[in-house]
Design a protein around this ligand. Structure first.
Ligand code: ADP
Ligand code: MG
Length: 376
């Protein structure tokens, strides 16, 4: 599709949403020392909005007059970007609002989107201040393009929009258990991984997915036929004003998945992670092939029975993105358009873009090019 790339105007009016508590608590200092001087050179006028509590950024962008801004910048971790995306999707004019280029500047302890955008830009792998400098330079250049989002629906009726990944089991436990070590910055995930390895457990549930490449006859890459299970799905943008984009690949959670889906025969897992960006964390290159609008969910799962040593080897290899080369029989990877996870018990947590969610049946599908981000 056309209309892929754009460039921010000069001068450029940027609303910067900054979480002073993110990461090691230095986001405001770093912004003033590293970011502001570079933006001034590039004629980017930054208005800073400091978040005072969780959900503050969500409410701000939901109610904001967006015509005042050329871009919405998030200086925090992935959690604040998640609030921004979902705040924008709650607007009656979400369709217009999602055309506003979003930009991430790494200020948190979990900076997966920033690391991914740095990687897509072809830059060397860097972290901390260097990653912040690279991302600020990308904002100064002002190129932006479309990004896929994944729509997630839960059995309790929640509808969420996710730009990074959905997780369950080991990886989600590490993410949430390690939040108390946020002051360590990105190293919180290393410590958390070691702690969760010690109490390694198995999670029971059923995983199903719609493969990206159809297993039945058909041309790979062609959009699949919409599923019509008693209702006719409306294409994006033709519903009532304000109605959200329909999940044309999904059937209600109460019904079995469509026949052309794959149901994983095993029902015991160490972790399931559906990622749509390259990086799970600054030092975790989980899906090296992922791109901003590849129309793909990169689904990984680890089957129960893996040893602690093999699990550790996988996480160490992920620093370079070589974990699939280990040919570990417990590690599975499949590119998909949609998936469903039905945990057998409500125990445990799930994560969406690193934010915790109580465990319950969830399904999701990719929505190609639903928003825009500033990229290299
Ligand atoms: P980190 O990567 O360090 O976790 P995030 O951007 O993910 O950084 O932020 C973590 C959480 O902090 C988010 O869920 C956000 O809602 C919340 N938050 C935002 N502003 C504040 C604040 N002023 N005080 C406490 N929490 C906040
Ligand atoms: Mg976070």
């Amino acid at each position: 599709p056309c209309d892929s790339y754009g460039v921010l105007p000069r001068p450029c009016r940027a609303l910067v949403l900054l979480n002073p508590q993110s990461g090691a608590g230095r986001a405001l200092e770093d912004f003033q020392a590293v970011v502001q001087p570079m933006l001034a050179e590039a004629e980017v006028a930054a208005s800073i909005f400091i978040t005072e509590r969780p959900h503050h950024a969500h409410e701000k962008v939901r109610d904001e007059d967006l015509s005042q801004w050329d871009t919405l910048v998030v200086m925090s971790g992935d959690g604040l970007m998640y609030e921004v995306v979902n705040g924008l999707m709650e607007r009656p004019d979400w369709d217009e609002a999602m055309k506003k280029p979003l930009c991430i500047l790494p200020g948190g302890s979990g900076n997966a989107l920033a690391a991914s955008i740095n990687y897509y830009a072809g830059n060397d792998h860097v972290a901390k201040k260097k990653l912040l400098t690279n991302c600020t330079f990308i904002l100064c250049k002002g190129l932006h393009t479309q990004m896929d989002l994944v729509s997630l629906s839960t059995a309790s009726g929640k509808r969420l929009f996710s730009f990074l990944g959905f997780g369950w089991g080991f990886i989600s436990d590490v993410d949430i258990d390690s939040e108390k070590y946020r002051w360590l910055g990105n190293a919180r995930f290393t410590l958390g991984t070691l702690q969760c390895l010690a109490k390694l457990r198995v999670y029971q549930g059923r995983l199903s997915y719609l493969p990206l490449v159809p297993t039945a006859p058909g041309t790979p890459g062609d959009p699949p036929e919409p599923v019509t299970n008693g209702h006719v799905p409306l294409p994006v943008g033709t519903g009532a004003p304000g109605s959200l984009p329909p999940d044309s690949l999904l059937v209600p959670l109460g019904q079995p998945v469509p026949a052309h889906w794959t149901v994983v025969p095993e029902e015991e897992f160490v972790t399931v992670y559906a990622i749509y960006q390259s990086h799970l964390g600054t030092n975790l290159l989980m899906a090296p092939a992922a791109r901003l609008h590849d129309g793909c969910i990169h689904l990984f799962y680890l089957k129960a029975g893996i040893s602690r040593a093999a699990l550790l080897r996988i996480f160490l290899a992920m620093a370079r993105g070589t974990h699939l080369d280990l040919n570990c029989p417990h590690l599975c990877y499949v590119p998909v358009r949609a998936f469903r996870l039905e945990p057998r018990t409500a125990a445990g947590i799930m994560t969406v873009d690193g934010e915790a969610l109580p465990s319950e049946p969830v399904q999701g599908q990719v929505h190609g090019r639903l928003c825009r981000v500033v990229c290299g």
